[in-house]
Ligand binder design. Structure first.
Ligand SMILES: C[S@@+](CC[C@H](N)C(=O)[O-])C[C@H]1O[C@@H](n2cnc3c(N)ncnc32)[C@H](O)[C@@H]1O
Length: 241
């Protein structure tokens, strides 16, 4: 079944397709792709895109590598999103994105600098991240990790890292790396996510996603605390200047 997150990345890639020069499929880079579970449905819709994923956890990398085995235009690299990606030319990607990663990144400035480096001039950079760990921690251990990530980040290892990330901080990293923030969108009400998990049909989830996108202007008017609590997945969209 297609999830709200899959629909989101479908929407982002659709925009990259619209913006790519006619007849050329976009090149997209996904930093922290995990097991790349959303790739089959993405390639189903956009079979011509060129995809490069990066993942530093071996077990997730292995799963992602298995997913891309049958996809001729896709490859995965086993590495952190701080280091140059082998054989890829800087400024050659139409879209660089991450999903549910920024809140786990220990060196946000380095991570965003790397993503900006690979976006071509006029190309898109979109990082969507989750505040759920910080705002609705599901265990005492997670709560403790968030407190450490927020206040004493140096003590947490890269693999256990999690913290609250605010839009102004992300925006500052964009600006420092020549990317202009174009919009911020808010997603995934906790109840919608729970509903998505139990509902058997794709249609209601598509309607929820369409609703989310349609009311972004209204959502944006809410005070920061309210919109982050109601919509704990935040996407910062940008364009390389
Ligand atoms: C919650 S998972 C999300 C995976 C996938 N993007 C998704 O949405 O299903 C977070 C991922 O970020 C990766 N990650 C964390 N820190 C990273 C870093 N510094 N560079 C690259 N990836 C990182 C983790 O290995 C993990 O796979």
């Amino acid at each position: 079944m297609k999830s709200l997150k899959e629909m989101f990345i479908g929407e982002v890639v659709a925009e990259a397709v619209r913006r790519a020069p006619e007849g050329r499929a976009p090149r997209v880079m996904d930093l922290g792709c995990g097991s790349a579970s959303y790739l089959p449905s993405l390639f189903n819709k956009y079979p011509d895109i060129e995809y490069v994923g990066v993942e530093p956890i071996k077990a997730s990398y292995d799963k992602a590598a298995a997913v891309v085995e049958d996809l001729p235009n896709a490859q995965i690299h086993y590495q952190l999103g701080y280091d140059s990606v082998p054989n890829e030319v800087e400024g050659s990607f139409d879209l660089v994105f991450s999903l549910s990663v920024l809140e786990h990144v220990k060196h946000l400035d380095k991570f965003i600098a790397l993503s900006a480096k690979y976006v071509k001039s006029g190309g898109m950079m979109v990082h969507r991240y989750d505040l759920g760990h910080a705002l609705h921690s599901h265990s005492l251990k997670e709560k403790l990790h968030v407190i450490m990530g927020n206040h004493i980040p140096q003590v947490l290892p890269e693999r256990q890292f999690v913290r609250y990330v605010g839009v102004p901080e992300v925006e500052k990293c964009y600006t420092n790396n020549g990317v202009k923030k174009t919009k911020v969108t808010y997603h995934q009400m906790p109840n919608h996510k729970a509903f998505e998990k139990i509902v058997g049909s794709i249609e209601p989830v598509e309607e929820l996603f369409a609703w989310e996108m349609e009311f972004q202007t209204d959502i944006d008017q809410l005070p920061v605390k309210e919109k982050e609590t109601l919509f704990p997945a935040v996407a910062v969209w940008g364009e390389k200047v």
